[in-house]
Structure formats: structure tokens, C-alpha cells
Design a binder for this molecule. Sequence first.
Ligand code: ASP
Length: 673
Amino acid sequence: MAGQRIWEKPNVLDFLGNLKRTHYCGALRASDAGRDATVMGWVHRRRDLGNLLFLDVRDRSGIVQVVFNKETQPEAHAKAEQARSEFVVAVEGTVTRREKANPELATGEIDLVATKLHILNNAKTPPFPIEEEISASEETRLRYRYLDLRRPKPHRNLALRHKILLEMRRVMDEMGFIEVETPMLTRSTPEGARDYLVPSRVHHGKFYALPQSPQIFKQILMIGGLDRYFQIVKCFRDEDLRADRQPEFTQLDVEMSFPRQEDIFSVIENVMVRACAVAGIEVHAPFPHMLYKEAIRKYGSDKPDMRFGMELHEVTDCFPAEAKQKLRIGGSVFALAAPGAAGYSRKQLDELAEKAKGLGARGAYFVKVAAEGITSTVGKLIGAENVKKLAEACGAKTGDLVVAVSAKEEIKGAEAAALVAGQLRLQLGEALGQIDKTQWKFLWLTGFPLFEWSETDKTWVSAQHPFTGIVEEDLDLLEQSERRGQIRSKGYDLVLNGVELGSGSIRIHRQDIQERLFKALGLTEEQLRQRFGFFLDALTYGTPPHGGIALGLDRVTMLLAGEKSIREVIAFAKTTAAVDLMAESPSSVDPGQLDDLGISVKLYVLQSECGCGGRWRVFSERMSQGAQQSPGAATCPESPQYFLPLVGISNEGRWWVEHLDAGSRDWKRVLER
Ligand code: ASP
């Protein structure tokens, strides 16, 4: 029928029947010339030159150019005229050498001259082209992930991920480790995040927690005599998301009995050397070590990027008391030399100072080491001698800019100024082209404090998790609350190119010490029995000394694939707001399901942006399922041309809508029922 599109007349479609693929599209070469071949895949592109029609057909392996000749194969040619982008086809034909090869394509020396075309399925026009480089937003790509996945890059990344994981399993097996699965429906494992909870239908009012890590289980496997355990495992943490975090992520989780720290390091070094080799990257073990304190003082970070220098130096004593008072410097001052940046303009320095303040600096002070002499923004305050001393302390050379910072607020037990300077080091290093991107710099960090101060809770909390071993000499400090910050842990981190790949520790294996640690964390006898009773019991039945580590495999793969975001190496990634745009989860559920679980939702809260630059917030008791009547729309109180359609809200329960004007801090109720 004229004007009818192919998906409206499905009888045009062919069945696969007994047709057998003989070659992958990308596998055909000049040496196949003269052979018959049947390929299957998607129409990548169509070019109609009248008598000759070309279809580029694509599958996982690549693209082959198929030629349809009107004179010799009129039937196949006529059918090819119906094919459109992303239609699924099977082509039978003969491999033929091209007169002029296309060097852009691996199959560029040949054509497949079609004798028969089977159209196996049609396709709507995709919202973005299936190309290596596309300009579609990440949101669109995640929403149509099945199309995004057709591109060569996601294929490469997922294949690399598979190879890395496979190699890791091989290495672990070779070293005598056994992969053991641990439960997903379990109870809370403290890793410092919130738990994802799963309500129990059978036990009303009770909840499973998804594991933040298999930490307790792997330790129990050591008590169970497994000796060497590993698992490639999903972990779930409900925390504020950042660019390189996902609510669910994959770890290589490892635990072993009777280990020295070096034994664990060498296991992981083996794994990483082999994983890097899979990605064609040569690295050598052993990896260097650094103490946490040194990392903070020299690099202002607990995950220093060792691909470049620009080390930090403490220069507090270049600032006399009077200058400190004028500049309102409370704590220490840290500085670094930015190579070749002495020519920075006034405007650039102002921007840098603003940036530093945004990172938590009280102030940023500059020294320019130019051929004409040394000048400083604080020259008058600290005097020429100190300016010179400051530049020398940083090893500044002619042409360098020295950047010194103090911190706005002191953090108990931390070098706040160094942390700010550390972030400036990274930004300046990047801007000044100091980071050698061809390098792979692994680093073990050790000597961590056992506790860190939590400003929000105003108390000491575990720096890692509460099963981390304690340096024996410091054990007695556990009961001295004023010295908590000095206790050293037996924890360690592995860092690659400034990214934390994982952390682990030699564990507490004695029940008495574990109990003392829980008490130091403020747990009452009753709380620790209720939360960890089973584990404390297990510890009393002959627990071997043990230790382990977990590596974040999304990050490992991201780095080895040369990607900047872990979402590029996860097949079905969630957004930074923890939403799966394709599957549309999280989602509201049927009221009946909630009844089964004995749960009622207090209020649903939906947030969205308003066209006026402000925000909407809808509170409702019930969500509507399917095509129920919606209560209509709310109108923006600022600019009435903007509306918020109240889709998905059920008119049956109570609901109301609030609006926040741009720049305002007060929500206004604009509609309710
Ligand atoms: N369970 C820890 C984590 O997930 C790793 C470890 O201590 O082995 O970070």
C-alpha cells in the first residue's frame, strides 16, 4: 500500500528460518574473495545510486559494504530499497575484491555482492545515530541504552571488562583462591553508607539489607577454614552520589588467612599486573608504598596522583604572627610551585584565589619568580626575606608561580590547608599540562589512622570499617578518648593515577579486641549484641589471623579503558541521581504489593525543575497506576506560562504542590487537595 511504512505491513518481514550465518560482517577479508557468505546485522547506512544500492551492514565485529545490482539481481535490489537504518537484515552474497579499497574499514578491500536480502526486522528512526562519536546527551544515551550499546565504544568497553574480570578469576584461581558467593539478602554491614533495605513479606516489619560489602561473610569464611576466598561481587551503598560512584558497584573481594601485609599486596599486584596486560598496559610489581601522613603533607590527598611532581611544602613559618593575624590565618599554610605560571595575569590570579576559596581556603597568596625578580601579593605583609624563603621552600625556579593557601576551617586530626593545596595541585597540574597521561602509577598507602573525626556527628568514627586491625602498640589508646585520633590502623589503600582502586586491612581477629573497638565507637553492650552478636560469637570459636582487600572493578575498568566516567564501562548504569532512565527505576509500586509487605508510604515526594529557574516539589499519599485520572496541572506562581502536569499522582489521596522561586529559600504551597 502506498505511503504505508514497513512496520505497518509486517508481512514484508522475513523469518530467519534455517538460514545460517557464515561470517561476522567485520571478519571478511580479501582472502575471502570468491567465497559465498551470509552475514546478519543492522543496516548502518544506505546509499542509493540508482542501478547500484549500497548497504553498510554492521554487527558486533564491524561493518561490511553490501552491493545490490539492479541489473544482475533485480529482486534483491528492489528489496534493499525498502531497507532503512537499523533494520535487521541477513544478506547472502559473494565476496568480491573492490577496485579501490577503503582504508577506513577493516573490510575495506572487499564488497559483499548480494544475491538475496532477508529483512528480519524493521526499526524506528533512532533518536541519535549509531556512530563511534555522538553528540547525544548522556541522559538520552542512558534512556536508549540498547541503542547506545550498539556503538563500537560500549562494545569495546564491555568486552574489555569481560577480559579483565576473566583474567582476574584466572589469576586468583592460580593462586589457590576459591570464589564463594555470599548472600545478597542479608543484614547491615557497616561500610559507612546507608543500607538499601528490602522488606520481608513473610516476616512483617522486618527487613533484609543489601550488602554494602561481603565484609562479615568473608571474615566468617576464614573462621570456616576456607583460607583463601575471593568473589567478583555487587555491593550496594545508599550514599550521596558523585561522578565516579554508583549505588551498586562491582568489587573484586579478597580475604586470606595468616597473611602478612606483603602477602596481600603481592596477590593484588599479581592481579593488577595481569589485568593491565589484558588492556595492553605494561606495569611492574612491587608497587611503591607511602605513609598516609606523607601523602597528605606532600600531595594533599589520600590518593595522590604520582604521575607528576608539584609537591606541597609547609610554609607556615614564612608568615610572621602579625601577618597571620591580618590575614586571619588560624592553622598552617601549604604551598606549591606551579611550573611556568609566573606569567599569570592579575585576572588569572584572582580566578585562582576564587577557586581556592571555593575549595575551602581562607586565602591564597602568590609569589611570582620572574627573571626580573621575585614579587608577591603578600610581600608587604610578610617581608622580602620571607617571600624569598617561601619560594625557596617550594623549590621554585625562574618562571614559576608559588601558590600558598591557608584553610578557612581547621578539621580535627587533618591538615586542612594541605587538602586545599592538594586540590589546587591537581587542577594546576592539569591546566599546565604537567600530568603525563601515558604513565600508570600505582601506590600503596599505609599508616592510616583508625578513626576520623565526623563533623556532622561530632564524634570519632571508623576511618574505614570497624573490623580494621589496630597496630598492637596503640591498642591501649582505645580506652583513652582524647587520644583516639592517634591510633594507627592496619589498613591500606591501593591508588592508581590519583584514583582510589580499593582498600583493605589486616583484621581484628580476637573477640575481646573487636568488642573493645565497638565500645570505643560508642556502641552499648546491648547494641553490639543486637547488631554484631552472631559475628562476635563466631570470633570466639578459633578465628585465625586474617586480612584482605576489595578493589572497585568499575574504576579499574574505567581507567584501563581510558574512560573518565564509570558509567561508560557499566552496561546499565544509573544517573548521578541513582535513576535507571531506561528501566525507569526506582518506581512506585502497586498498593497491593505494599499491603502484602505490611508497608505504607508516608508520602511520595517528586522533585523537578521549573521553567522559571525555580523548582517544584509534589507531595502525595498515593501514586496512580496506569492511566488513572490525573488531578491536572499546577501553574508557576512566578511566570504563569510554566506548568507542572501532575502525571502519576492519584487524585484519591491527599496531595499538594510546592514551588521554590529561583534564588529563594522558601517553598510556597501553590496547590493542594
Ligand atoms: N570491605 C571493604 C570495602 O568494601 C574492603 C576490605 O576491607 O576488604 O571497602
